[in-house]
Design a protein. Structure first.
Length: 53
């Protein structure tokens, strides 16, 4: 039997990281969520929520 998939580590961004993320997203007309999510090691939906709020 195969092992169950391991859970992802929970990543919490600091306020400074969130501000950097928002500034980076504003620098480009249409930032790629995939690039930002890989850089900050969080999901694309998390990036979208931070930028939207």
């Amino acid at each position: 039997m195969s092992e169950p998939p391991s859970k992802r580590m929970r990543v919490e961004l600091s306020l400074e990281d969130k501000i950097k993320l928002i500034k980076e997203s504003e620098m480009f007309p249409k930032p790629k969520l995939k690039i930002l999510s890989e850089k900050y090691r969080v999901g694309k939906s998390t990036i979208r929520d931070i930028v939207r709020k």
